[in-house]
Design a protein around this ligand. Structure first.
Ligand code: FE2
Ligand code: FE2
Length: 294
């Protein structure tokens, strides 16, 4: 299969659309938690960031879908917008169910350039998801959260895997749709979008650091600079990981992220491209990080 071909377009859209799962967050069997489990849940520092990010991501992607073409691609992007909005609804249901104090801040206006925003959001998800996969597995391995609760949140994680798979193939397809002389410009836009996403994550880390140690979130920074993307979840992945387990090393966490990343993406058509940059950076880190296993 040639990347950028009609066959590629069909496979990337059909893979995405056909693996969509139906569920309604409010109707999920939210488990009864004991007081200690609820306290643990409330102690996680990322609820404000997570809810804010999912809401805004859903709004941006849904808006972008309207201008996407051809229709099959539009359908897939619209479905991603729906899923992101549902992530926000799932988090909303969770914080209400367990009475977690959150302040996701005011609704922000949509960015002017929705395609650039979709790109920046997509690169951000590539970063967030990689570490989020590891954090989720860590929560399960350490028994930090009840498995029934993690089971309810599992669809979010696998949907993010689908989103980043879709995104890297969307990028490749879009680039091949341009004449060869315009492709370097597309690459430059990608670099700018990635840099913007990385910047968002640094800002997010500051926000989460501001929230860490609190059990609520009312005094978290609720504003975000006018720009294409809000603060996002990568700060929460790092802070969340340290909140879940004190004794993990950076090496063992990155190894776990890589394993989970590979496992979650392995179930989709091998002809589709996989995210490469963050896993490659993680492998480069492991090559030099102390504590290499023999
Ligand atoms: Fe999401
Ligand atoms: Fe996503």
């Amino acid at each position: 299969m040639r990347i950028g071909s009609e066959e590629h377009l069909t496979l990337l859209c059909r893979t995405f659309i056909d693996t969509h799962e139906s569920f309604t967050p409010e109707r999920l069997p939210w488990p009864e938690l004991d007081a200690a489990s609820v306290t643990k849940l409330r102690s996680l520092p990322f609820w404000d960031e997570a809810l804010r990010t999912e809401r805004r991501t859903g709004a941006k992607i849904t808006a972008y879908a309207v201008e996407e073409s051809p229709p099959l691609l539009r359908e897939a992007v619209a479905l991603q917008g729906y899923e992101e909005t549902r992530h926000a609804a799932l988090l909303d249901a969770l914080v209400r169910r367990y009475d977690i104090d959150v302040d996701p801040g005011p609704t922000q206006p949509l960015p002017g350039n929705l395609e650039a925003a979709f790109m920046r959001t997509g690169y951000g998800e590539c970063i967030d998801s990689f570490f989020g996969f590891g954090m989720f597995a860590l929560a399960r391995e350490t028994g930090f959260l009840r498995s029934e609760l993690l089971d309810l949140m599992e669809p979010i994680m696998q949907e993010e895997a689908r989103h980043i798979l879709f995104f890297v193939n969307w990028i490749a397809y879009k680039r091949r749709q341009r004449p060869p002389w315009l492709r370097p410009l597309h690459r430059l836009h990608c670099i700018a979008a990635f840099a913007g996403a990385a910047f968002d994550r640094l800002r997010s880390a500051k926000n989460v650091a501001g929230s860490a140690g609190r059990t609520g979130g009312k005094d978290a920074p609720a504003t975000e600079p006018a720009g294409e993307a809000p603060p996002s979840k990568s700060g929460f992945t790092a802070s969340g990981a340290s909140a879940i387990a004190d004794d993990f090393t950076a090496r063992s966490f990155v190894e776990l992220c890589l394993r989970e990343n590979d496992r979650r993406l392995a179930v989709y058509a091998p002809e589709l491209l996989r995210p490469r940059l963050i896993p490659a950076a993680a492998r480069a880190f492991l090559a030099v990080a102390p504590g290499k296993r023999g």
